[in-house]
Ligand binder design. Structure first.
Ligand code: 5GP
Ligand code: MG
Length: 194
């Protein structure tokens, strides 16, 4: 007998009301974004810092389009729990393991929303005396900004909608979707399977 599944989690595409950015759009844009980044950095080495978990898929795919020497580290932030809005005070969990002194840092995140998360991490990184700090986000909800912040590289501008997929989650689910979409409304409440 197969084991009983205690809680039914709606899976991937079936949970989406609409697709905002398709898998093909992401692939095409990442290639261009990689070229833009290579043009700006020239032959310099890049120290990439991925904001996890959200930026895991984006970072993995983007870095394969960049031919510069790259060092990679990750930083973990808690800004969302099971809600579909940012919490006021994102917190940095754990430490970076690479030294950033005099390095060209490229901070990579999944989405720029209120701007609080990236401005917090950038000010933290600046204290470590890097040669430069730039930011790259897959998605930008420009209309939602609460602190002044613009990313140096942006994949797509999107409207003010809570999105999932391609690394972005709701209650840790849907990160494995290859596209970016909006959840069906009845799935946007704190879920009983969370
Ligand atoms: P900010 O600090 O800019 O408000 O929030 C940035 C973080 O909030 C992102 O790294 C991401 O984890 C989360 N976030 C913001 N908007 C969305 C969204 O539409 N969907 C998901 N899944 N996460 C979001
Ligand atoms: Mg995040």
């Amino acid at each position: 007998m197969p084991p009983t599944i205690a809680k039914a989690v709606p899976s991937t595409y079936a949970a989406l009301e609409s697709v905002l950015v398709s898998e093909a759009d992401i692939k095409k844009r990442l290639k261009k974004l990689g070229a833009e980044i290579m043009e700006l950095y020239g032959e310099q080495e890049i120290t990439a810092i991925a904001v996890i978990n959200g930026a895991i898929l984006f970072t993995a795919d983007l870095l394969r389009h960049i031919d510069n020497p790259i060092r990679l580290d990750c930083i973990r932030i808690s800004s969302y729990r099971n809600e579909t809005r940012s919490t006021d005070k994102p917190q940095v969990l754990g430490n970076l393991s690479l030294d950033l002194d005099n390095r060209h840092v490229l901070l990579i995140d999944d989405i720029l929303d209120t701007g609080k998360t990236l401005s917090l991490i950038v000010s933290m990184i600046q204290k470590l005396h890097p040669a430069s700090v730039r930011t790259c986000v897959l998605l930008d909800k420009r209309g939602r900004r609460e602190v002044e912040f613009e990313a140096d590289f942006v994949g797509f501008q999107i409207p003010d909608k809570f999105v999932v997929g391609y690394g972005l989650d709701f209650a840790e689910r849907y990160r494995n979707l290859p596209c970016i979409g909006v959840l069906k409304p009845h799935l946007q409440n704190p879920p009983e399977w969370a």
